[in-house]
Design a protein around this ligand. Structure first.
Ligand SMILES: [Fe+2]
Length: 208
């Protein structure tokens, strides 16, 4: 929610067209709904632990701090990278999930994420090729950093050993029970595959 809100604010700040602003506002609204659905699902299945384990880079409030980062940077991070990786994961999770409530939530989410990915790459296609060469090169370097971060936040690669074991077990147990995950190893492979795909798509837009 904060990340997409940052995209919306950057678009307004940089004088983007209303159609683009409306598209990203819709994405922001979808992310609120996904959070509501996830919360309701957790409550239905027995509640959840409020404490986020140490070592996980989960900081939505700090991500909501005022930012003067440009639209292209936010759009690259949230649109091209996060949405694309998220779609690959949620699609695989949906296919592997047998628990009906979890499956219904994933079905709803995957539909939205597919649209988010389309909006993100459409915008990227309009904006990225028009940037100066130096700026595109800089964005490519930033993209490599983002890829590393996503391996850690969406997947389990690069986490500290103890936390990693815990997260891997959590995913593997959920996968075995058909409760909304695929195995940790499978997730990491899917993330690598999506990141490879993103790198190729960005290179085709001159970000390399
Ligand atoms: Fe999304």
């Amino acid at each position: 929610m904060p990340a997409v809100s940052q995209v919306v604010l950057a678009l307004v700040r940089e004088g983007a067209g209303l159609t683009t602003i409306a598209a990203y506002t819709t994405i922001a609204q979808d992310e609120v709904r996904h959070a509501e659905l996830s919360h309701a699902l957790a409550e239905r299945l027995g509640g959840y632990d409020d404490d986020v384990p140490d070592g996980l880079d989960y900081a939505p409030r700090s991500l909501a701090n005022p930012s003067d980062v440009s639209f292209v940077v936010w759009a690259l991070a949230n649109g091209c990278f996060s949405e694309t990786v998220s779609l690959a994961l949620i699609r695989a999770r949906h296919a592997a999930t047998t628990q009906p409530l979890v499956r219904a939530v994933l079905a709803e989410t995957v539909k939205d994420e597919a649209l988010h990915v389309r909006i993100a790459w459409q915008t990227a296609g309009e904006v990225l090729p028009n940037l100066a060469r130096a700026e595109r090169k800089e964005l490519a370097g930033y993209g490599d950093e983002l890829a590393e971060m996503l391996r850690r936040t969406f997947g389990t690669a690069g986490l500290p050993p103890k936390l990693r074991r815990r997260e891997v077990t959590l995913r593997d147990d959920a996968a075995t029970a058909g409760l909304g995950s695929v195995t940790a190893a499978h997730e990491n492979a899917l993330i690598d595959e999506a990141l490879h795909d993103i790198k190729g798509r960005l290179a085709a837009l001159g970000v390399k």
